[in-house]
Ligand binder design. Structure first.
Ligand code: SDX
Length: 377
């Protein structure tokens, strides 16, 4: 029995290190970033303030925020070389693969490429935070045969993303909902992608290597890929009248219902009520009540029949859909936010590093003798 051998499959319940970045408290369904409740950050702060908080450890003063915004806006541009690379990607490529490759390429271009000092890494983190949205929006445009739209330095982080995707900025309530989603997605302790980034960093590899690997980990539907899967599911259900029958069928076949469940939260995800509030507002403005009604029925059935609550991806998926983003871009938008949390963890890991290298309990063949190829038949 593996449990008796001290094996923790999936690292369930294993505390792998200390962190001062965020605290997940499942017993109270709460989450703080550097001590601040995430709901309050989402409602009261702009994502730029939260990015600063994660990277620098404190909420910025007005002056610090202005300087940070200016530095970010100045780094938004992506190179001609990167655009040429993006143009060569197959149109059918998933945007997560495209942004993963783009970040890997940015690492080769970075002016401080081989400098893995903490200070250079902090500057690289800022460049990644600034350039990732530009690259994602360029991927979205290029695969439709359109020219990328240049970032506008005078626009805020969220407004600029809309500008680069759609060529226009929607009304403030939509921008606020998007900005809040960025804050809610920014950080969540040792989730799979963050732990991946820390593992790569623990070998003294650079931040672009760590982030490339983190994007790879985030793509999977058990992790960040779930926000796309949620929207495919809602579309498949199609109408509120079909929701109950659809879930009956899924549960009968013991299939996963995407956007539900969480390794750490067992009685609700701290971020869901805030995200649901913004989703509902977007639905009101964009006429998406149908998605709310389907979501309500699915959540009700999952709770009644399985005792499982929705996670952040459940309200976030339809919110992005109603804003007009293509489903393939939901997980890349998660990247545009989570780069801040990943970077905070990379910096933390670097400053008190020990190689991450667990053990395994061997259950394969007992030791045996090598038979030479000629004698193997
Ligand atoms: C994110 O770690 C993080 O913090 C991640 C994240 C972040 O901010 O970084 O919060 C972002 O990744 C959110 C999760 C997105 N994934 C999904 O929505 C995919 C669907 N969810 C499940 O696959 C699952 O709940 C996980 C992967 C999220 C958690 O997996 P665990 O902890 O290994 O739990 P489990 O699979 O062992 O589930 C326990 C039980 C099982 O039933 P039994 O075998 O005990 O009978 O609950 C059931 C599961 O089958 N279950 C589900 C379910 N989730 C759990 N059944 C149907 N649908 C589901 N979604």
């Amino acid at each position: 029995d593996v449990a008796t051998q001290g094996v923790h499959k999936g690292l369930v319940g294993v505390v792998a290190d200390v962190t001062a970045v965020s605290k997940v408290m499942p017993e109270t369904n709460s989450l703080t970033y550097r001590g601040y409740p995430v709901q309050d950050l989402a409602d009261q702060c702009r994502f730029e303030e939260v990015a600063y908080l994660l990277l620098e450890g404190e909420l910025p003063t007005r002056r610090q925020l202005n300087a940070f915004r200016k530095a970010e806006a100045a780094e938004r541009g992506i190179s001609r070389a990167l655009i040429r690379v993006l143009e060569e990607f197959p149109r059918k490529a998933h945007p997560m693969d495209a942004i993963r490759t783009a970040v890997s390429f940015m690492g080769m271009e970075d002016p401080e490429g081989r400098d893995t000092s903490v200070e250079a890494t902090r500057r690289k983190a800022l460049r990644l935070y600034a350039k990732i949205p530009t690259a994602i929006a360029a991927i979205a445009r290029l695969r439709k045969g359109l020219r990328p739209i240049r970032p506008k330095p005078e626009l805020g982080f969220a407004e600029n993303i809309f500008h680069m995707f759609f060529g226009k900025v929607p009304e403030p309530a939509i921008v606020k909902a998007f900005d809040a989603s960025m804050t809610l997605y920014a950080e969540h302790s040792f989730n799979a992608s963050t732990f991946t980034a820390r593992t790569v960093t623990s070998t003294q590899a650079d931040i672009h290597a760590a982030v490339t690997a983190a994007i790879a980990a985030l793509k999977g539907p058990l992790h960040g890929g779930a926000n796309e899967a949620v929207m495919h599911m809602l579309k498949q259900v199609g109408t509120p009248a079909r929701a109950r029958g659809w879930i009956d069928d899924k549960l009968e076949h013991r299939a996963l219902v995407m956007g539900f469940g969480h390794r750490v939260y067992r009685s609700g995800d701290s971020r869901v009520p805030t995200m649901a509030k913004y989703r509902d507002e977007v639905a009101r403005l964009r006429g998406g009540e149908k998605w709310l009604e389907i979501s309500r029925i699915l959540a009700e059935e999952m709770l009644a029949r399985k005792g499982i609550h929705p996670n952040l991806d459940f309200p976030a998926g339809p919110t992005y859909y109603m804003m007009g983003f293509e489903i393939d871009f939901f997980t890349p938008l998660f990247v545009a936010s989570r780069i801040t949390g990943w970077s905070a963890h990379v910096l933390e890991q670097m400053q008190d590093n020990r190689l991450i290298r667990p053990l395994s309990h061997y259950v394969g063949a007992a030791e045996r003798k090598v038979v030479p190829l000629r004698a193997r038949g």
